[in-house]
Design a binder for this molecule. Structure first.
Ligand SMILES: [Zn+2]
Length: 540
């Protein structure tokens, strides 16, 4: 007969396994935070082992019911294996914004992350333990006995936590207060907490109508007084970091084409979030970063609704994973490869296709337009897939999504080529807008990246680190503005003043108000002229 084990023992062993083997990132963080090797610090470290085990033990004791416990543990061990892979390989932190990004990732993005290392890791730390858990035979006891056992187990765990707190409270307080990011490394509570938070928010959002902001939106005097057409293009960049722009002082010539245009580069711009799912809704939201949260981002109309309500034709063309709710009520589409199939490989299209689609969109109308182009940009980890071979200027490049298999130089080269390609795409959008401005259309382009990227600095890769601990590589983003001569004149812009202003600090907070300014839409009560980049150098 097969041996059985008591439920409480399975829970305890599972908690110890999680604490020991799925939390490398956390352990490294705790050790780094308490570097001095003293007797006290060593005792504190051992207390962490007891604390974590007790914490997990409470969590799983709560679900130690027959037919429930094993499926839960199997799910947790697989999810924790995936979490530990990303924490250990890419230095990611797991908060709700990161989880939101994971949940909203499209299949082609996810595909890049599922490489051979990931599969081996999942096999060793996900599937094999899951199989063993499935095989375990739990001792059969009555419900009342089971409840008593769980209650006892929880009480003992609380006691352990109490004892740990009595002796080491100061150490926990200072470690977790000074290194607030550590709690995003606790596997599995970090992702359980994040997913619960998202589910709670979505549940609250589900039957709430979108709160309108556009009731009083109307065209301002600049446009209604004249018959001239105006076309504004907003390019939402992806994963471009300012420090890899030559325009920003980077030693490599990554932005040669933009430098030949008369565009303005803003050198001190910070993003709203460190991931697409946070930054994209935020930059189009009336809320500034300090005030912004996910619920507000999805609960209110965006600036696109207001501009559309005022009579400007608004379109969103996407070469990324969608607009995260921002463009739901205006015309939106994925890039179309119909006329340029050569610009796509498999399911993936190069950003140049955005320019082709832009030309068609502008030609299809004779009204005032705001067209948002959402780039694929520098999205990682497969940077090499973002650029046609002609743009592989910096070599050798990392030709895999498994960054850990590439040298630092190869990763940087592959990334820098994506910036070089974005430079080419932006410059060509400007050339095109310049050419149609000669036919009497007021044209303008505003480019800003959604967030930056870590390329190994501080042992971090990719992005999505909680904002308050995120390195500047993830939050300092490039921004470029170009205004046609007609646009400058009609908007009364003093260009030498604007050139001076490019060194001042700006952020995604400015985008909402500047888009209203650029499209000449008035939104009384909500529009804030002090945040509109068009007003600072306006001559009366
Ligand atoms: Zn992004």
């Amino acid at each position: 007969m097969q041996r059985t084990i008591p439920t409480y023992l399975l829970v305890l062993l599972f908690s110890i396994l999680l604490m020991l083997t799925y939390n490398n990132g956390l352990w490294t963080g705790i050790v780094d935070a308490n570097q001095l090797i003293t007797k006290h610090n060593l005792l504190f470290l051992s207390s962490c082992a007891f604390f974590l085990t007790a914490l997990f033990n409470i969590l799983f004791s709560l679900v130690s019911f027959r037919f429930v416990l094993k499926p839960v543990l199997i799910f947790i061990v697989i999810a924790s294996a995936a979490a530990s892979f990303f924490i250990d390989s890419y230095g990611v932190h797991i908060d709700s914004s990161m989880m939101q990004n994971v949940l909203e990732t499209d299949s082609s993005e996810a595909h890049e992350l599922f490489n051979s290392d990931f599969i081996i890791h999942m096999l060793l730390w996900g599937l094999i333990p899951a199989f063993l858990i499935a095989k375990v035979r739990l001792a059969h006891i009555s419900w009342s006995k089971q409840l008593m056992q769980s209650a006892f187990s929880i009480t003992m765990s609380i006691l352990v936590i109490g004892l740990v707190a009595a002796f080491f409270y100061q150490d926990y307080a200072s470690t977790f207060r000074n290194h607030r990011d550590l709690r995003y490394l606790i596997n599995p509570t970090s992702y359980i907490y994040a997913v619960t938070k998202i589910a709670r928010e979505q549940f609250a959002e589900a039957d709430k109508p979108i709160i309108p902001i556009s009731q009083n939106a109307a065209l301002g005097t600049l446009a209604s007084d004249k018959s001239k057409r105006s076309v504004t293009v907003m390019v939402v960049g992806e994963t471009a970091r300012a420090e890899s722009f030559h325009l920003n002082g980077y030693s490599r010539e990554t932005t040669p084409e933009l430098e030949k245009t008369n565009s303005l580069y803003f050198s001190d711009v910070s993003s709203c979030g460190t991931a697409t799912a946070a930054s994209v809704p935020c930059m189009f939201s009336k809320y500034a970063r300090d005030d912004y949260d996910n619920e507000k981002g999805h609960g209110y109309e965006s600036v696109l609704d207001a501009i559309s309500k005022a009579g400007v034709e608004v379109s969103w063309i996407d070469n990324n994973s969608g607009c995260k709710g921002t463009c739901d009520r205006v015309e939106h589409s994925k890039v179309s490869a119909e006329r340029r199939p050569d610009l796509c490989v498999d399911d993936e299209c190069y950003d140049e296709l955005l320019l082709e689609n832009l030309k068609q969109k502008i030609a299809s109308s004779d009204g005032n337009q705001l067209i948002v182009l959402h780039q694929k940009g520098s999205h990682g980890p497969a940077y090499f897939k973002r650029v046609p071979t002609a743009f592989e200027k910096f070599t050798p490049v990392c030709e895999t999504a498994e960054l850990q298999k590439c040298s630092q130089e190869e990763i940087t080269n592959a990334y820098d080529n994506t910036i070089l390609y974005t430079d080419y795409v932006l410059a060509n959008i400007i050339h095109y807008l310049d050419s149609i401005s000669e036919q009497g259309v007021d044209t303008a382009m505003l480019y800003v990246s959604d967030h930056g990227e870590s390329l190994g600095e501080h042992n971090m890769y990719l992005h999505g680190t909680p904002y308050f601990v995120a390195p500047s590589q993830q939050t300092h983003v490039p921004m470029v503005m170009w205004l046609s001569t007609g646009f400058q004149a009609d908007h009364h812009q003093n260009m030498s003043c604007l050139k001076q202003a490019t060194k001042a600090p700006f952020s995604h907070d400015n985008i909402f108000h500047s888009l209203l300014g650029m499209t000449n839409v008035q939104l009384p009560g909500i529009y804030d002229a002090s945040l509109d980049m068009m007003t600072q150098c306006q001559q009366s």
